[in-house]
Design a protein around this ligand. Structure first.
Ligand code: GRF
Length: 193
């Protein structure tokens, strides 16, 4: 593993809307010596997001913005991002679609994790769709975010076998284990580590 001795870590913001298990795994990763990132900001569109507890546990700044007015919310987020000198954004279960303008501002610097083997099953209900289509495998993908939903360049994927017994819930559980593994690996890959 490469150790970034003498290098400044890349200040990263994680955007969440719910449980935050990927956030937790990224925080743990950020604290390892091999991590090129530090997590300096957590952004959410949801006051009740369970994952916000990790901001308190790990003493990370958190900011919550209502997306009723997306333009305004994004303006406010941009101010925070500048304030904390954020250079990488990781979407982790963030349930809002960011505007083209916002994405353009951070071209190549926004990553997302999606619970399917993209380009298959973009959007929601991926596990149900994979089961309905009698797929033998599903999985997860970390990709760059571009202006089209779940369509940016793929960075890393992990496969998971779908068995006859699988339900959307059991499949989601298996895939989540892989998600926690690939998001840190994808970040290392982005920085050629
Ligand atoms: C994950 O399955 C992720 O792939 C999807 O939303 C879910 C978020 O889970 N985009 P968590 O909040 O990280 O636990």
């Amino acid at each position: 593993m490469v150790q970034l001795i003498g290098f400044k870590k890349i200040k990263t913001a994680i955007f969440i809307s719910g449980r935050g298990s990927n956030l937790k795994s990224l925080i743990k990763f950020s604290k390892t010596k091999s991590s090129p990132i530090s997590i300096d900001l957590i952004i959410s569109n949801n006051h009740n997001a369970k994952g916000l507890k990790y901001a308190n546990i790990f003493k990370i700044k958190k900011k919550i913005f209502r997306f009723k007015d997306k333009t305004l919310a994004e303006k406010k987020i941009l101010l925070e991002i500048r304030k904390y000198k954020i250079n990488l954004i990781c979407l982790a279960g963030f349930m809002e679609i960011l505007s083209k303008k916002f994405i353009k501002n951070f071209k190549g610097k926004i990553l997302n994790i999606h619970p399917s083997l993209l380009p298959k099953y973009k959007g929601l209900n991926t596990h149900q769709k994979a089961i309905n289509n009698k797929e033998s495998y599903s999985g997860c993908t970390v990709h760059f975010v571009n202006h089209k939903l779940d369509s940016g360049k793929i960075i890393l994927q992990n496969k998971v076998k779908i068995t006859k017994k699988d339900t959307p819930k059991s499949l989601a559980k298996k895939i989540l284990v892989q998600e926690h593994k690939i998001y840190p690996k994808a970040i290392l890959k982005v920085f050629n580590l």
